[in-house]
Design a binder for this molecule. Structure first.
Ligand code: TRH
Length: 398
């Protein structure tokens, strides 16, 4: 018998426990993939680990499809990994609000939806999930209320962060154990490279992933790697650093599947990977260049040395955020390593020519490799963001 779409959806999502609160997550994609990247991780963790019924509303299914190939950008409603995914469009909005409503990154809920929350007489937990920052002020702002100016509703601010007074960081249960198994097992890693159609690394090769914003420092990095004595394979997702790849290799339109070689350096252009496979890429590389918010957090769970390009803000507001992170991250490092790492991060973020100085940084490889393990083990001791958020919202519903 053919099932109607609605019945089919109900069946697919019906495994969630009906006595638990329902969740709506709203995600407007400002640009790039971080907004949907964070919301997608949160949504599927709520379903997989907390057995909750979750709707994820987004206005950009095309970006979503890049990190989750199951998504059909033409469907107004669909289910993936037990999450009901809804296109955030006027025509799709006639719904009863969920018990918990997450407004990701101050994306502003539809007025009619907010009015319905106020009108239906039920209690709602309404949370603005903020961007991640390592700055100290986050501790005192996490959890603060913001009463609606007209309606009997209170929105609360929920801040991810690095200290135990914040909402914590997104991390799935057993993720670090899975990573450790993967990193210790050459067969798993070889199978992963095979799946990507890439040979496993040579014995003394350095393998790096590179995900950045338009960054001219990449040219200096390529130059240093190409001239160096050690073979380097740099894996870059399609659409990233294309200007720099073009300029360095004289390739007009670098695209997925391309391989470029100069001296000791090989650059391979990868397709965008499904989010869990991107995690594995970070686990499998010796060094990861990451950016924004979500890849930055995943690189920390990967426990591999990394460099972060923070999302640049016109006013320069990103610099104190970068410094705040570095002061936490470098706290336990020997002074000489901390100094080299800080210089490297700052140069990478300024996009300067001539720097960053890879050679100097890599001399500290052993110290960095030990440090990133300890850092990840320390961070994981704080409760994960999703569990914190579930507890926070359950309290607001009481
Ligand atoms: O794409 P980003 O630059 O996103 C940014 C930041 O979130 C920034 O803070 C925000 O203000 C801005 O968007 C609007 O970088 P980020 O945060 O690392 O997000 C990338 C997502 O894409 C992340 O979830 C990982 C995922 N990804 C894959 O799933 N596969 C891939 O191959 C790659 C390269 C990334």
């Amino acid at each position: 018998m053919l099932l109607s779409k609605k019945t089919h959806l109900e069946q697919e999502t019906s495994t969630s426990n009906n006595s638990l609160p329902s969740w709506d997550i709203f995600c407007a994609v400002v640009d790039n993939y971080g907004d949907i990247g964070v919301c997608w991780r949160l949504a599927r963790q709520l379903v997989a680990e907390h057995d909750l019924k979750v709707r994820l509303w987004t206005d950009d299914l095309i970006s979503f499809q890049k990190i989750n190939p199951e998504i059909d950008p033409l469907l107004p409603v669909q289910v993936s990994r037990g999450v009901e995914i809804k296109q955030w469009a006027e025509s799709n909005m006639a719904v009863e609000p969920a018990d918990v409503v997450i407004e990701a990154f101050a994306c502003e809920l539809p007025a009619a939806y907010v009015a319905a929350m106020a009108k239906n007489g039920r209690r709602h937990a309404w949370v603005n999930l903020e961007y991640l920052s390592a700055e100290e002020w986050v501790d005192s702002h996490h959890g603060l209320p913001s009463p609606h100016p007209r309606l009997p509703l209170i929105k609360h601010f929920f801040f991810p962060g690095f200290s135990k007074n914040t909402g914590g960081l997104l991390v799935e249960k057993n993720r670090l154990e899975q990573r450790a198994i993967f990193q210790a097992d050459i067969k798993l890693r070889t199978a992963f490279w095979q799946k990507l159609g890439i040979p496993a690394p040579e014995k003394n090769e350095i393998r790096a992933s590179l995900f950045c914003y338009g960054n001219n420092s990449a040219l200096s990095l390529f130059t240093g790697w190409a001239k160096g004595a050690t073979p380097v394979t740099c894996l870059i997702p399609e659409g990233v650093a294309t200007t720099q790849i073009s300029a360095f290799f004289g390739a007009p339109h670098p695209e997925e599947g391309n391989l470029f070689k100069k001296g000791s350096l090989i650059v391979r252009v990868l397709p965008f990977l499904e989010q869990d496979n991107y995690d594995k890429l970070l686990w499998a590389c010796d060094f990861n260049f990451v950016r924004g918010e979500d890849s930055f957090v995943r690189a920390q769970w990967a426990a591999r040395p990394m460099a972060w390009q923070i999302y640049p803000q016109e006013s320069g507001a990103h610099w104190p955020k970068l410094k705040a992170f570095l002061s936490r991250y470098c706290f336990d490092l020997p002074q000489s390593t901390a100094a080299v790492l800080t210089t490297f991060f700052e140069a990478w973020n300024r996009g300067e020519a001539g720097v960053p100085d890879w050679e100097s940084l890599w001399r500290h490889r052993a110290t960095l490799e030990k440090h990133v393990q300890e850092w990840a083990n320390r961070l994981i001791k704080k409760v994960d963001l999703t569990t914190n958020l579930v507890n926070f919202c359950n309290n607001k519903l009481k």
